[in-house]
Design a protein around this ligand. Structure first.
Ligand code: COA
Length: 386
């Protein structure tokens, strides 16, 4: 077991922004099925002639059973449930207004800064680590840095759902090279990359933003502190979770495949996955990553008080915990937030950490773990120091 003073950095605060609107499975399924009925009625002749397959309805029971999700928070509910649209309505903002992704990151960051009693002057850098950036540049992190009055530097990074774990590792590295404190934010507007007309995935994601403040561990803690005992990252290329949205999309017009895209030119640029394959391939990858990491840091899996896992799918988390522990984990050991938040990509494990750590005692050890597209997986082992 490493000495408590072996840690170079500690987590001293977190913040969470939850959007005001929530959509229940019943509401989502009612909108989806109304869209299906309308589509099938409009194409009744082709369907009857066997030229077109009818769309199949979605079901609340399937969603809850397959994923554990009961509802999700979103930045715009009306646009998603409007069957003419089935996408959030997010008006463009002028260049001199704070962008939406920066706005929600700043709200989460301010909560973390209030908790740790810090102002912008106390931070040396900002990392925006998320699955979907609002634009190519200027970096979201630089806009967030400016809004918070932070001197120094800021940059974006994207490792999909593992972004927060990789962001903590990156922040730790910056602290090792001299930074006093690093703010790491995860604004995720997943509803904007989700195809709400796709039965297989329309229920998966929600919107949220989280923030984590990292500090050098050489001084006495001023408040809550979680020593980082170790971080580990793993990636392995896979096309089983993919989003083809990018800056070259407009160049694809009239070049073949993209010209065949449906009436909505963005539909084929949204999230898609081979859910079964993801399940089968990611569970062992993540389970082994955590188990080996714990072993190398000298922590027995049974001594881990809590796992704050990425929140993608309930059964997936249960399998991962079982692979690490050799037995089932209960809600106390591996808390679930995806029932109300759904999959919030990189933010999921940080929401779990934010909401489910107050009851732990000094000396307790936990694991923050994110995983997803890439494939990518990151593990952060922490111990409560104050
Ligand atoms: N409503 C009702 N039935 C549905 C449905 C819906 N919305 N979506 C799919 N089904 C049906 C399918 O048509 C299929 O029917 P069939 O057996 O008659 O062919 C059946 O349900 C099972 O579909 P399948 O896609 O195999 O479901 P699943 O049990 O694998 O669960 C996921 C789907 C996506 C929830 C699951 O695979 C998963 O969570 N995988 C992990 C992926 C992940 O977490 N990705 C996030 C990225 S980080």
């Amino acid at each position: 077991m490493p000495e408590s003073n072996a840690a170079d950095a500690r987590i001293i605060a977190t913040g969470l922004y939850t959007p005001p609107h929530s959509i229940s499975n019943d509401e989502l399924v009612a909108a989806f099925n109304a869209y299906v009925d309308r589509f099938n009625a409009a194409h009744a002749d082709d369907i009857a002639a066997g030229a077109l397959e009818p769309l199949q309805p979605s079901s609340t029971e399937f969603i809850e059973k397959a994923s554990g999700i009961k509802s999700r928070f979103v930045v715009d509910k009306a646009g998603i449930l409007d069957i003419e649209r089935m996408a959030p309505r997010i008006p463009a903002r002028a260049d001199d207004e704070l962008s939406l992704l920066a706005e929600i990151a700043v709200i989460a960051a301010r909560e973390a800064m209030r908790t740790a009693d810090l102002s912008g002057d106390d931070l040396d850098g900002v990392i925006c680590a998320a699955s979907n950036m609002q634009r190519a540049y200027p970096a979201m992190a630089v806009e967030i840095q400016d809004a918070l009055g932070v001197e120094g530097f800021a940059f974006d990074m994207n490792v999909a759902c593992a972004s927060a774990a990789f962001g903590i590792e990156t922040g730790l590295g910056l602290i090792r090279t001299g930074a006093r404190r690093i703010l790491m934010v995860n604004p995720e507007i997943c509803s904007a990359h989700l195809n709400f007309r796709d039965r297989d995935s329309h229920f998966i994601f929600g919107d949220v933003a989280t923030a984590v403040i990292l500090e050098r561990a050489d001084g006495a803690p001023r408040g809550e502190a979680w020593d980082i005992l170790g971080t580990r990252m793993k990636t392995k290329f896979s096309n089983n979770i993919r989003n083809n949205f990018g800056f070259m999309n407009h160049c694809e017009r009239d070049t073949g495949a993209a010209a065949d895209a449906q009436d909505d030119p963005f539909t084929d640029k949204l999230f898609k996955q081979e859910g079964r394959k993801v399940f089968k391939e990611v569970v062992p990858l993540v389970g082994d990553l955590i188990a080996n990491h714990l072993e190398d840091v000298g922590v027995a899996a049974g001594d881990v008080r809590r796992f704050w896992l990425h929140q993608a799918n309930l059964a997936m988390n249960e399998f991962i915990a079982r692979r690490v522990l050799g037995r089932d984990a209960d809600q106390d050991q591996a808390p679930v937030v995806l029932d109300n938040y759904a999959n919030t990509s990189s933010a999921g494990s940080i929401i779990a950490f934010h909401r489910h750590r107050a009851d732990l005692s000094i000396g307790d050890i936990g694991v923050i773990c994110g995983f997803g597209a890439g494939y990518s997986a990151g593990s952060v082992i922490v111990r409560k120091a104050a």
